[in-house]
Design a protein around this ligand. Sequence first.
Ligand code: GRF
Length: 202
Amino acid sequence: LTIGVLVSGNGTNLQSIIDHCEDGSLSVRIGCVISNNADAFALERARKHGIPTRHINHREFSGRASYDAALVKVLREHDVELIILAGFMRIITPVLIDAFPNAIMNIHPALLPAFPGLHAQRQALEYGVKISGCTVHFVDAGTDTGPIIMQATVPVDAKDTEETLSARIQAEEHCIFPKAIQLYADGRLTVEGRKVIISSLA
Ligand code: GRF
């Protein structure tokens, strides 16, 4: 399976995917890494491992739809079958979603459906929850609303700051994102309505 990873920032999730590919615990090929941001450290990580990278600058496009059409073109050029949103800080449109039905995965730093959108960790701290975590889900047209594939929990400590909670959640992200991708690669994920059915190994 060939995946394309979309990033905007540091790229620790990308790094975890690369590391799992290299140690053999994730059997996919990373066809390309695309960023809207030329300075994303994630691009540097990809280059270091010889993975093709592209910077597609959203400022050069008239709107989200034409930007997404450019993404689709580059993803197709690299034979991408599954798109991984790994800290891609852009709202995507039906142009991308309809081109890759149930083949776009995102990771969100909260236990969805709680705390969708930006600053999920801050939202969780302000709400006062005692447990939070992260969610891997398929992407649909809403914000963080798609079918849930996998979740992991972390305790929230009374002394937590956004930074300490984010770090605890990220450690779990790095674990479950590669696992979810492998399930997809093994053909074990089926979307039925809003649910994802995980089949056992044949
Ligand atoms: C992660 O916390 C993820 O939950 C959110 O964006 C962040 C990306 O971090 N969607 P990184 O660039 O993978 O380090």
